[in-house]
Design a protein. Structure first.
Length: 168
């Protein structure tokens, strides 16, 4: 990997659920690979292969999140699932367009994906992370050992908006 990364992963993106954090990191790595392939002109076949892997991995990741939300009776589940479905639909439309029109994957798309992911992790996923570690964990207990999934959120220097919101 050479040059500047499209999406620099930092601990700040952790939402405190180990498996989800690992998968988010994996998604960011694939997105950076796609960016590199396009920037370094590795060809449309290589780019398309990475895009396909990214879509596949995104589906797997979304199903993990959605099953954790189902198991913990997360109240925001439907709205969250809708966001996932909308993204998959948009990316699918793009894959079809790429096949039909032979257009190149643009930097505009890369930035769209990057911004979507950053915003989604920091807002919707983080909200679920907070729920999961409080109410959700109590309901989840007994179904699977939480130790397998939970990793404490690293302490933050500054209070974030959701901490102020919840009076933490
Ligand atoms: Fe999500």
């Amino acid at each position: 990997m050479s040059g500047k990364l499209l999406f620099q992963w930092t601990e700040e993106f952790n939402i405190g659920i180990d498996e989800i954090d690992e998968q988010h990191h994996g998604l960011v790595t694939l997105l950076n690979q796609l960016h590199e392939a396009i920037r370094e002109h590795h060809g449309s076949t290589a780019s398309r292969q990475i895009l396909d892997r990214l879509v596949e991995y995104t589906r797997t990741h979304f199903s993990l999140e959605e099953s954790l939300m189902r198991l913990t009776n997360y109240p925001g589940r439907d709205a969250h699932k809708q966001q996932h479905e909308d993204l998959i639909r948009q990316v699918q439309a793009l894959q079809t367009k790429l096949d039909e029109e032979w257009i190149a994957i643009s930097f505009e798309l890369l930035h769209f994906l990057k911004n979507w992911l950053m915003q989604h992790i920091n807002d919707s996923d983080r909200r679920f992370g907070i729920y999961f570690q409080t109410d959700g964990l109590q309901k989840y207990a007994g179904k699977v050992s939480p130790d397998e999934l939970i990793q404490p959120v690293p302490p933050k220097k500054k209070k974030r908006w959701w901490q102020r919101w919840f009076g933490w």
